[in-house]
Design a protein around this ligand. Structure first.
Ligand code: ADP
Length: 255
């Protein structure tokens, strides 16, 4: 199995030496190609901090993070911005689409920035828009499509460059339950058909139940890990149970 992410003895301390705030302590885990991994934990546990470091927008105080074969904690800022553009795909809670561009241009933007030939852009576009079920809205503008479609457009934009890793931060956070279910269906499809490797931070048990494996973080450390074996519904129950055990989690009653 090809290893995509290797986090090794990671710690993050904010603040001054006289008043240090330890936010993450000695976190180690790895993610293999094609895994769909969730990160959960109570508010303030350190999930965003961890995601920011995986995203290369923040640096650990101690430890290393390898994505693919590259140690991102040793890269200079210019290498990092290249790396982010080519090797990482981002899906945020609030989509971050450009309202003045059509859906098609929004999705192709990362390829255009990389000066990809038009033919290749069109091929990539038709492939990802088919997988995400948005091929019929390519000429629309973000203001003309539903909130669920917006998030699927953001997902298409995140994967069109074939990044090594997709990072999703509360991707269903702004969606109603029907749109959330659709997005999760399409994310699972990306994961299965494209072997996309996804790390998703969520506080929502229903959303998390689509993952194969979930790391629970509490007080800056890994509290436990659960792996999906049976059905998604069974896994949902396991997530709820773990949230109860960890304390401070928010559950969701949609199954
Ligand atoms: P989560 O995403 O799990 O809710 P965060 O990663 O946002 O948690 O925050 C974890 C802890 O780190 C919180 O107690 C937060 O106040 C603290 N924290 C986050 N960023 C900073 C910072 N820049 N300086 C000091 N403390 C911070």
């Amino acid at each position: 199995m090809q290893r995509i992410v290797e986090v090794d003895h990671l710690s993050k301390i904010y603040g001054k030496k006289s008043n240090p705030v330890k936010v993450l302590e000695n976190i180690s885990f790895h993610v293999d190609k094609g895994e769909f991994v969730g990160i959960m934990g109570p508010s303030g546990a350190g999930k965003t901090t961890l995601l920011n470091m995986l995203s290369t927008i923040d640096q650990p105080t101690v430890g290393s993070i390898k994505i693919g074969k590259q140690d991102i904690t040793r890269m200079k800022e210019r290498q990092l911005s290249d790396f982010r553009r080519k090797e990482l795909g981002f899906i945020f809670q609030d989509f971050n689409l450009m309202n003045s561009l059509t859906v098609k241009d929004n999705i192709m933007l990362p390829l255009a920035l990389d000066r990809t030939p038009v033919n290749d852009m069109e091929k990539g576009l038709s492939h990802v828009s088919r997988i995400l079920g948005i091929d019929h809205i390519l000429n629309s503008y973000p203001s003309d499509i539903s909130i669920g479609q917006k998030q699927r457009v953001a997902a298409a934009r995140a994967v069109i460059t074939h990044p090594q890793l997709i990072l999703a931060d509360e991707p269903t956070g702004s969606l109603d339950s029907k749109s959330a279910t659709e997005l999760l269906h399409y994310l699972s499809r990306l994961n299965e058909e494209e072997k996309a490797t996804i790390i998703m931070v969520t506080h929502d048990a229903f959303t998390a139940s689509y993952c194969h494996r979930i790391l629970f973080i509490k007080d800056g450390a890994i509290f436990s890990e659960i792996v999906r074996q049976g059905s998604r519904k069974e896994f949902f129950q396991k997530v709820i149970d773990m949230q109860a055990a960890i304390g401070g989690g928010v559950s969701h009653d949609v199954v």
